[in-house]
Design a binder for this molecule. Structure first.
Ligand code: F0G
Length: 467
């Protein structure tokens, strides 16, 4: 890309704005306005990056590739390397922990389990705080710095909070996180404590924490860094750019992600759509989202849609019935009223993907299968492989298609789950108001530890038995 094109692109970026996605509203707000939902109609906001001048950008791919080899923080970061696509003016006071640059693995056992010839796994759990949240948080905390905010806050099932606490600490900002008491894994909670956040354990579930966050957002000292904040989505969309580089710009047929609050699916959808808009790819991958059965309001809505009528993201439903008491052992995605459902649904429909739900048993076995590929992940991430298996069985994905599953969290985020699965003691406890019984989960790929006598012979004999 020539310097002239860069200047043109920068000029266009000046026109970038936050826009309401409600078609009847469409209000737009300056990037420096601290708004999270549309002040006029309460609708969801997204950032229009004004990418017009970047259309058919000769040399942009090469420029990004060259930056990846640099040691300068703004180039080495897997977010800021793509800064032409981000709504920030230079000089950017970027806050980075060297996020992104995550591996794209082959998963032969997972592929076979799903009924596919091949399956690749993009492991976002290899980010600095162990989850995919870091790319978006790098952008959101940078925007907090741009706006001169004092305190960054979020509601979380544990990963957003760990990420927010780390990036706020790096930026020298105060942070506070609202967590549903007793529903966050020990590892995730420990991260927020260590990074110095004020940890508020709330009596309620994630959706209650999210409601509180929306109230707190009115306070001028507070910056809300949940994925309702469109700058989070901007940082997170860069995963689509990095994935395309790793695929050598050959668009996969399907990209599959877990769904909780639906920020990740929104971000990936936006990333691919922008690449298509500026001509760096020639079609969209089909984007599918997988929820856990006990926390699947969007999958439930999707099942009721007339796909012909809503194709291309038209005629979106105005409302979605939340799940009042979400239940799943995949605590990361235990969410009944996802805030970004509409943007995510639109992205999925535009791409021709699906939104479905998988059971606790399916999640558990998929997680153990991914593990057998030597790739750990947390339960919420394993919904992808469980969902792909279902989509292959339903004929939506063909065995010879090119499929990428996005893994969102590191295995060490939830070691209790894996221990219980492999020891045969995993169960979805009764938490339902109807008092229904606990549901035990059978470890189809159980690998319980063995007590072995302290001798060479005993170890060799045990190995022989297990060969
Ligand atoms: N996977 C993991 C490991 C997560 O932590 C989350 C969300 C998701 C998937 C779902 O992504 O919300 O963008 O649809 N965790 C949030 C949190 C809610 O607070 O950490 P989403």
């Amino acid at each position: 890309m020539t310097e002239k094109t860069v200047r043109a692109a920068e000029k266009a970026a000046e026109k970038a704005a936050q826009r309401c996605i409600a078609s009847a509203c469409g209000a737009s707000y300056d990037l420096r306005e601290r708004v999270y939902v549309c002040p006029r109609c309460g609708g969801t906001l997204e950032i229009d990056c004004g990418l017009d001048a970047l259309r058919n950008p000769a040399g942009l791919r090469e420029r990004w590739a060259a930056r990846a080899a640099s040691r300068e923080p703004q180039d080495a970061s897997g977010v800021w390397r793509y800064r032409e696509m981000l709504p920030f003016d230079e000089p950017i006071p970027f806050v980075t922990l060297f996020e992104g640059n995550t591996p794209l693995y082959e998963g032969p056992r997972s592929a076979q389990y799903c009924g596919l010839d091949d399956l690749r796994l993009k492991h976002q759990g290899c980010n600095p705080t162990g989850s995919f949240k870091d790319t978006g948080m790098s952008a959101a905390i940078t925007q907090a710095v741009v706006l001169g905010a004092r305190t960054a806050v979020c509601a979380s099932t544990g990963n957003t909070s760990a990420s927010l606490a780390a990036y706020a600490a790096q930026a020298g900002l105060q942070s506070a996180v609202l967590l549903p008491r007793g529903q966050v894994t020990a590892g995730k909670l420990a991260q927020s404590l260590d990074y110095g956040a004020l940890v508020c354990e709330i009596d309620g579930n994630f959706d209650d924490c999210m409601r509180l966050i929306q109230e707190l957002g009115d306070d001028p000292s507070i910056y809300v860094a949940n994925s309702i904040n469109p700058f989070r989505i901007e940082g997170q969309k860069t995963v689509a750019f990095e994935l395309m580089e790793q695929c050598r710009w050959k668009v996969p047929d399907h990209v599959v992600v877990p769904g909780g609050n639906m920020g990740n699916s929104t971000a990936l959808g936006k990333g691919f759509e922008e690449l298509l808009e500026i001509g760096l790819i020639d079609r969209l991958p089909k984007l599918s989202v997988i929820q856990a059965e006990g926390a699947a309001p969007v999958a439930r809505l999707f099942a009721m849609l007339d796909l012909k009528q809503t194709a291309g993201g038209k005629d979106l439903p105005e409302t979605m019935a939340p799940v009042e008491n979400p239940r799943t052992l995949a605590t990361a995605i235990k969410i009944g009223a996802p805030v970004s459902w509409k943007k995510a649904l639109r992205a999925v429909l535009r791409s021709g993907g699906r939104i479905i739900a998988v059971s606790e048993q399916e999640i558990a076995d998929a997680k153990a299968t991914i593990g057998r590929d030597g790739i750990g992940c947390e339960p919420g991430s394993a919904t992808t492989v469980a969902g792909i298996k279902k989509l292959v069985a339903a004929g939506h994905i063909r065995a010879d298609e090119d499929v990428v599953a996005v893994l969102t969290g590191h295995m060490l985020k939830d070691t209790d789950y894996a221990s219980h699965y492999h020891r045969g003691t995993l169960a979805l406890d009764s938490g339902a108001k109807d008092g229904s019984a606990a549901q035990p989960i059978r470890g189809a790929f159980q690998n319980s530890p063995e007590r072995v006598a302290a001798s060479k012979a005993a170890i060799l004999a045990t190995l022989e038995r297990r060969r």
